[in-house]
Design a protein around this ligand. Structure first.
Ligand code: IMP
Ligand code: MG
Length: 178
């Protein structure tokens, strides 16, 4: 599959992301302050930069695990059919869990993952998404915490890709075809 030429326009600066994560981390600490161990679950691959910055702002006993669900493939449209490609390494039964997602778009991915993880009877489970595109929602779900609400634009950077590219940008930008 080849992709037409595009440029990336900055939407959210690295500095704004860092400031927002500090605030979110304080709220998460307020909610989970009494935990003996918080299992922070990153949804691969898009959340890897976000989870790295987020856990370093959390002054809590934290364990990190990852789960990979199938998403867009190489295109720009959700497949609507979510498959688990890589499951957690650890058990979450009776534990406090925070699921970390890059973007909630149609909502299919997060709702599928939450259904699966809740079936394992965690003590508490909450969600955080760096970005939310509320106008795109098809499944009624909202993360407990959201970094930024954004319009219906295809974005990249800060871990998020277009056809596996641009994950290494330090900011969030929108893709504009030229
Ligand atoms: P959903 O299942 O439609 O909510 O899609 C969620 C997943 O789609 C996210 O975890 C992202 O990996 C991917 N996604 C959604 N919007 C974008 C975007 O604008 N750029 C890159 N990936 C996206
Ligand atoms: Mg993706």
């Amino acid at each position: 599959m080849s992709h037409p030429p595009y440029v990336i326009d900055e939407l959210i600066s690295a500095k704004s992301i860092a400031a927002r994560i500090e605030t979110l981390a304080r709220e998460i600490q307020g909610r989970f302050g009494d935990t003996d161990k918080l299992v922070v679950v990153g949804l691969l691959r898009g959340s890897f930069v976000f989870i790295a910055d987020l856990v370093r702002e959390l002054d809590l006993p934290v364990e990190v695990d990852f789960l990979e669900a199938s998403s867009y493939g190489d295109g720009m449209e959700s497949s609507r059919e979510v498959r688990i490609l890589k499951d957690l390494r650890g058990e979450i039964g009776g534990r406090d869990v925070l699921v970390v997602e890059d973007i909630v778009d149609t909502g299919f991915t997060l709702s599928h993952v939450m259904h699966l993880l809740k079936s394992r009877s965690p003590a508490r489970i909450e969600t955080i998404a760096l970005l939310d595109k509320p106008t795109r929602r098809e499944v009624d779900i909202k993360a407990t915490w959201t970094g930024f609400e954004i319009p219906d634009e295809f974005v990249v950077g800060y871990g998020i890709d277009y056809a596996q590219r641009n994950r290494n940008l330090p900011y969030i930008g929108k893709v504009r075809f030229t």
